[in-house]
Design a protein around this ligand. Structure first.
Ligand code: BV8
Ligand code: ZN
Length: 247
């Protein structure tokens, strides 16, 4: 582990452009349950039942109860040293290095906003934001940080039903965010895959985009992932402990 850490540290120093893809695992140490772990969010529910437009159409109140519960947990959560380390890497890479302008792009599947609270400037949010809502009728999208939202399901001024502004299964990713993620992955010399089971597409496909464009791949996860076999560095451990040591 030590030599892998040191090798990746040196490569990160050298690299001009770096990108990272994070998943629920980086929020686990902040107390936010992951989706597929043993304590996972999906343990009691199946994704089909909750994180789909059909589920919301069938029972908006049930889906909102699930999001209210998650918003409560996230509201009480704090970013940890791993989130802060990624914000630090962003600052280091964007500061002029011997006149070479480096770049670090954070791409996240998480909707909890912990990266923003840790100081990441403009994370690419592939799956939306749990703190924003969108009206099914007039399409108006706004911030909503009520914890909890009292009247469920919440209504827009126009009377339309408000939904969480997140990407559900079967829904396309926001085109602007997807474009930013593709560009960052294609230009990265090093692509970090942190705290994701890499089973949800198209997000998980970004690692392949990066590799095909010549990037080296690093996986940071206490468990094995489908990307391990094609990674240049595999660090088996928790993001809150490994990222500060790495960065
Ligand atoms: C789309 C937002 C089409 C909402 C989420 C069959 C095969 C392949 C693909 C599909 C298929 N059937 C359907 C699909 C497509 C589907 C998909 O990929 N399904 C998977 C499950 C098979 N994808 C979609 O539907 C996407 N849309 O394809 O649209 C389209 C195109 C054009 C036009 C119309 C339609 C939309 C996907 C987005 C779904 N939304 N969430 C919400 O959050 O409520 S997905 C959800 O999973 C979260 O966003 C989450 O981030 C994401 C991925 O999960 P992970 O982040 O990886 O979390 P997980 O729990 O799985 O893993 C945690 C990891 O952390 C583990 O590895 C664990 O070991 C590790 N860990 C634990 N502790 C730590 C740690 N790591 C580090 N440190 C620790 N301390
Ligand atoms: Zn409306």
């Amino acid at each position: 582990m030590e030599e892998t850490l040191q090798a990746l540290r040196e490569a990160l120093c050298e690299a001009k452009t770096v990108a990272a893809l994070t998943g629920a695992g980086i929020s686990a140490e902040s107390g936010v349950p992951t989706f597929r772990g043993k304590e996972g969010l999906w343990r009691n529910y199946s994704p089909e039942r909750l994180a789909t437009p059909e589920a919301f159409a069938r029972d908006p109140r049930l889906v909102w109860e699930w999001y209210n519960w998650r918003r409560g947990i996230i509201h009480r959560a704090r970013p940890h040293a791993g989130h802060l380390a990624l914000a630090e890497l962003e600052r280091k890479k964007s500061a002029d290095q011997e006149g070479r302008r480096g770049r670090f792009t954070l791409v996240t599947q998480n909707v909890d906003g912990l990266h923003d609270r840790a100081g990441s400037q403009s994370p690419v949010k592939l799956h939306g934001d749990i703190w924003r809502v969108r009206c099914l009728d007039c399409g108006r999208e706004e911030r909503n940080e009520q914890v909890p939202i009292l009247e469920l399901p919440p209504r827009c001024h126009c009377g339309g039903l408000l939904r969480p502004a997140v990407v559900w299964f079967g829904e396309p990713l926001p085109p602007d965010q997807w474009e930013r993620a593709l560009a960052a992955s294609a230009q990265a010399e090093i692509f970090l895959v942190i705290g994701t089971s890499a089973v949800v597409y198209p997000a998980a496909g970004l690692a392949e985009v990066a590799r095909r464009s010549g990037a080296k791949l690093a996986v940071i996860n206490p468990q094995p992932t489908p990307l391990d076999h094609q990674a240049d560095w595999v660090l088996k451990g928790e993001s809150g402990k490994l990222l500060p040591r790495l960065i």
